[in-house]
Design a binder for this molecule. Sequence first.
Ligand code: NDP
Length: 435
Amino acid sequence: KRRNPGELEFHQAVHDVASDIFEFIQDKAVYHEAQILRRLAEPDRVISFRVCWQDDLGNVRVQRGYRVQNSNAIGPYKGGLRFHKSVNQSILKFLAFEQTFKNSLTGLPMGGGKGGSDFNPKGKSDNEIMRFCQSFMTELYRHVGEVTDVPAGDIGVGAKEIGYMFGQYKRITNRYVGVLTGKGLSWGGSLVRTEATGYGLIYFVENMLEHRGDSFTNKTVCVSGAGNVALHAAEKAIGLGAKVITLSDSSGFIHDPEGFDQNKIHWLKEHKLKHQGSIAEYVEQFPEASFHQAEKPWHIPCDIALPCATQNEIGQDDAIALINNGVMLVAEGANMPCTTEAVHTFREARIGFGPAKAANAGGVAVSGLEMSQNSARMSWDEVKLHELLRDIMKDIHERCRSHGVLADGYVDYAKGANIAGFKKVADAMLAFGIV
Ligand code: NDP
């Protein structure tokens, strides 16, 4: 805390990982002696730079850009760029630290990084966004590269922004290489990237269920969010025989007691992903459902809860309500949707809990596959990519399970994810010696 004053999010992330791997490190003196955790909690590099751009009225605007390169022990730095007014060094250091473990869990050769800017894209014109992205890349280009650091999108950075940044990188360097992932299909992007996080989440939960000798068939599922992750998770869960009964957005949640079907999901994809409508309008189209303004779906009884909207959307009260209503599994589609207290409550109650760094790693895994396709200068078909995603999520589940079994037989996936993610990076660092 003395070394990183005021960086609360970063302190919390390091503390959470440290408490899970404490025992493991104590048993393995070699990690302890080499101060691996302390070294990982000091990013390789924190780059911060000025981004100057001009708005549509001709005003000169000054933003701060960042790239936190946390660890490249097992591959080039990899992690998203976030454009949001809340972005600061603490949040990006926390995300880059977490990303190091998440990427390690995928089994692919990717290190951990994260970056972005306090630029707020909401309400900006396309031209303003383009000018900002070009200015941002005019500095970032010297710090990234296909074998150095490969950023992707995150909040506020979608295919459009990736396009503007990739265009600027190409213009400056005259090199057509996979320096960013999340690209458009006609210029180096990968099939299956869009649905990868939501589908991957369901594959992870399918493995949790299988481990208990169970399946999705006839399970009642509550999902929050109605964005990319939520709608693809709902779609895949329904495909595997579950009954998904809730979705939500920032206006409230919808409860459809009959359950969504593929037709309803199609309507929601058009309405939410294409036209940015409000979820409240669902009940006009499908009157069997009800809309609950400014509420969250966690008081509706279900077997499985999948928070896929935003951070801290399941607090301790929500966790208790879910448990009292008989929930058996909770898995995080969003990043950090459960508060520390809620996670503690689930673990204490021995509810199966899939942490984000494992359960939502499908997105970055397919980004890793985009890097492979770019290096090989070829594109793989959908069938192959779906198979690879399914296999990767199965392997992630196994890594978490094998390191997370407690004395009473409960699988603590959060602990298992931290230990498995740490071990691979730590072993590589040991091999490289002390530098
Ligand atoms: P989207 O922007 O597509 O969707 C987010 C959804 O959450 C929207 O429906 C939004 O509602 C809703 N939402 C946002 N804030 C709130 C709130 N305060 N209360 C209730 N609902 C809210 O994002 P994604 O689906 O891509 O991402 C969702 C989460 O998953 C994020 O935490 C992201 O970091 C994480 N994630 C995403 C990955 C990906 O591949 N997309 C990969 C790994 C993690 P509205 O429409 O009203 O804004």
